[in-house]
Write a protein that binds this ligand. Structure first.
Ligand SMILES: NC(=O)c1ccc[n+]([C@@H]2O[C@H](COP(=O)([O-])OP(=O)(O)OC[C@H]3O[C@@H](n4cnc5c(N)ncnc54)[C@H](OP(=O)(O)O)[C@@H]3O)[C@@H](O)[C@H]2O)c1
Length: 315
């Protein structure tokens, strides 16, 4: 099969031929129809989990994918050949990922059935970004009438988070450049903050001097200074970081709940999101659909930023 792999931490992705994997006991072989691209994909190949998880090289890149069950291994009861499925397929100890024509998953892994109405490309765009958005909005304790800032709202996680927060009844402040403002408002943002015109925290502080109820920060890197976001918050509020940038103890001293969120997909959450997307109630903007052979170039481009939605690889 064709696949995109790295041969070591920090190595450039390569488009190669690999043997098609065989499903073992409790595993399914999935013919990948679409693979979603996430910053996590290259953070992992750069070595983010080097010290905590075993990796096997060559390592097929990618987590998110959607496709059809081709074969099942012994003992598989949850899936049958022909099932349309999606979820997270990154299995670092086995060298498996979603940027490939085929991948192997555990039947008990983060894999769910998808409705017939949900196209593979849309399904593949959901697992990491939309599960993170869904769980970030829950973690932010958003309630009707709350004012919430989503910092980094123009990307994959942010666009879904706008929709979940707006549906919860929040007043959503979303960062984005002027070319995206109409789109972000259409998703549910009440106020779009152009972070290229003036620092986001200055704009929000000027508009909400009494403080806001929650921030979901998708921008501040691990070890970065998230204090300007914390200073926007009133007592009893919540600061959620997807990059482990908050110090919950320091925030607790200011009566702010700090949450470092790692997404934890469950089959139930994946099923809910697939149903919402199939019904058009969760919208995902697809920036580009690219062939597998172009994935190395796409990863290089995506690393440079400027996501305005999701990129999907179509093997
Ligand atoms: N912990 C977890 O489980 C988890 C899960 C998913 C994602 N994440 C992390 O969460 C972050 C967002 O993920 P994503 O998939 O949404 O990434 P993405 O699709 O690349 O989107 C990031 C967005 O942030 C914008 N941005 C960059 N700098 C900004 C700034 N200073 N102010 C406002 N916006 C800014 C980018 O626009 P420009 O590039 O045009 O500036 C881009 O639109 C990433 O760091 C990712 O690794 C963590």
């Amino acid at each position: 099969m064709k696949a995109v792999v790295v041969t070591d931490f920090g190595a450039q992705p390569e488009f190669v031929d690999l043997p098609t994997p065989e499903p073992g006991a409790g595993e399914i072989l999935v013919r990948v129809h679409a693979a979603g691209v996430n910053p996590f994909d290259w953070k992992v190949t750069d070595g983010a989990l080097k010290d905590s998880v075993e990796h096997t090289f060559p390592l097929v890149m990618g987590s998110d994918g959607a496709g059809v069950v081709e074969r099942t291994g012994p003992g598989v009861t949850r899936f049958r050949p022909g099932d349309r499925v999606y979820g997270q397929f990154m299995r670092l100890p086995h060298g498996h990922g979603s940027y490939a024509e085929y991948t192997v998953a555990e039947q008990d892994g983060n894999i769910a059935l998808i409705p017939q109405a949900l196209p593979f490309t849309l399904a593949a765009a959901l697992p990491t970004a939309s599960v993170t958005a869904y769980q970030a909005v829950q973690a932010a304790r958003v309630e009707s009438g709350h004012t919430l800032l989503i910092n980094g709202a123009s990307g994959g996680v942010g666009q879904s988070a706008i929709q979940f927060a707006a549906r919860a009844g929040a007043r959503v402040l979303a960062t984005g450049t002027s070319d995206l403002a109409d789109h972000l408002r259409d998703l549910g943002a009440h106020h779009v903050i152009d972070f290229t015109q003036a620092p986001t925290h200055e704009q929000v502080a000027a508009a909400y001097p009494e403080g806001i109820d929650a921030v979901i920060d998708l921008v501040t890197p691990t070890g970065g200074d998230i204090n300007p976001m914390a200073e926007l918050l009133r007592a009893g509020s919540t600061l959620v970081s997807t990059n482990y940038a908050t110090d919950p103890d320091a925030l607790a001293a200011r009566d702010i709940l700090g949450v470092n969120l790692g997404n934890r997909p469950t089959v139930e959450t994946l099923t809910t999101l697939a149903e919402l997307a199939a019904a058009g109630e969760l919208r995902v903007r697809i920036d580009a659909e690219v062939p597998l052979a172009d994935a190395p170039a796409i990863v290089a481009r995506a690393r440079a930023g400027h996501a305005t939605g999701k990129t999907v690889i179509v093997p």
